[in-house]
Design a protein around this ligand. Sequence first.
Ligand code: ADP
Length: 482
Amino acid sequence: MKKTAGLRSRIGVIIHSIRFRLVAWFTAILAVILFVFSSFIYYNQSRDLHADELRDVEAKANGLTQLVSGALRTENDNITIPKELLRESDVLVLVNPAGQVLANLGPITPQQAVQIVTAGLRFNPQVTNPLVYWESPNHQHYVFTALPVEERGVSFLLIFGSLLDPNKANARLLFTLAIGSLLTLTIALIGGYWLADRAMRPVKTITHAARTMSETDLSHRLNLNRKDELGELADTFDEMLARLQAAFERQRQFVADASHELRTPLTIVNLETSHALAAKRSAEEYQHTLNIIHSENDFMTRLVNDLLTLARMDGGQVMINKNQVDLSDVAIDAVERLESLAARNGVTLETGDLPEVTIMGDRQYLLQMISNLVENGIKYTTSSDKRVRIETGLAEGEAWIRVSDNGPGIPPEHIPYLFDRFYRVDAARTRKGQDKADSQAPTGSGLGLSIVLWITQAHEGEIKVSSIPGAGTTFEIRFPAL
Ligand code: ADP
């Protein structure tokens, strides 16, 4: 029972395989072509052969009439026809005006001669070379023609018959065509299956590779190195795998970095609370601990918010609703939002030229983008005369916004990585905010600029950083202006 079910499913697999269907279609089409072609050849050949035979019969009958008239001897109506005038299979019947058979030659009996004459009653001497077909009892086909013979004033009828296709040329042709077609079909079937099998082999490789791939190991590649369509498919597959692997790697890195980032504040909270609970503390000590917990909580909230924003951006869940927006307007909003933070950090927020600069954009995201840059300026500016300057403008059909500060600047070797997630120029410095000794130092997770870059690109913009260590940093973003 199980065996037959297994066999049936195997047959099902074969029947549904592309290989089988390709070969079946190919063979079926070839069979139709061969059939039409063979029929055409057979029909033409047999028609030509038959026409030749009829011409022969007529020519021979004409020749015989002349020969027979000379050779006829009337001896009391007892007529003899010289045998040497006929082929072995030829039939000749001589009929007198009364319709009686006077003589018959060839492989027929006198009764059959009468039969032929009866059939030959339809012979009309007025019609030149009338033709009558006759089938002998042993299924041999003859064609007869009748011609009048004049002999000493008496008109006889000479009926001449010839065996059709005595060499069985038609049957042989049919046989040859049938065998030839069968052989061609067999070769096509086997050859076609072999070819299809060869052509489909890379598909098996791809299937096998896909099966052996696990979700955590995407390093496998097909490397088919073929120039045909399947090679192209395999290359596309490899490229897709490379993209998937990179995305997977990014994702893994992202999760690892996020966990790592969360571990430090969690550890600090844990240590601080354990320390505070270990013995009775003064009110100031409790306040100090609570301050640290509060600051760590702030950091984690920001981190989680940034992570969530980036995850949404990666997942394509962020809807950018573009409307006409004045970039300067958004810049003023950002300044107003961050003024108190700047004041707390002793930073002066300056606005340069802010002419009306209209672009198509999502106000909310543009505000976040500018705020992140200004916040960085505030966070990282350490000089005594701390300043962050914002200005906007139009140049060569582009709208630009510039955020510059007179902070410590960024060493050139860090610039290419600034927009990478979790990248911080000086990780120790930027995490110092959690240090009990220096709660005023900048804090950051290295996600702010990744978000800025994403928003810029979502608005078809470009971002540039120029920085002089010790003198300050300028971020410039350009958008297509309206
Ligand atoms: P973070 O949340 O740490 O600020 P960002 O992605 O915004 O993350 O910035 C990445 C790093 O680039 C920061 O950690 C900081 O070292 C550096 N950076 C960004 N803006 C400035 C700036 N205005 N001046 C000096 N360094 C900066």
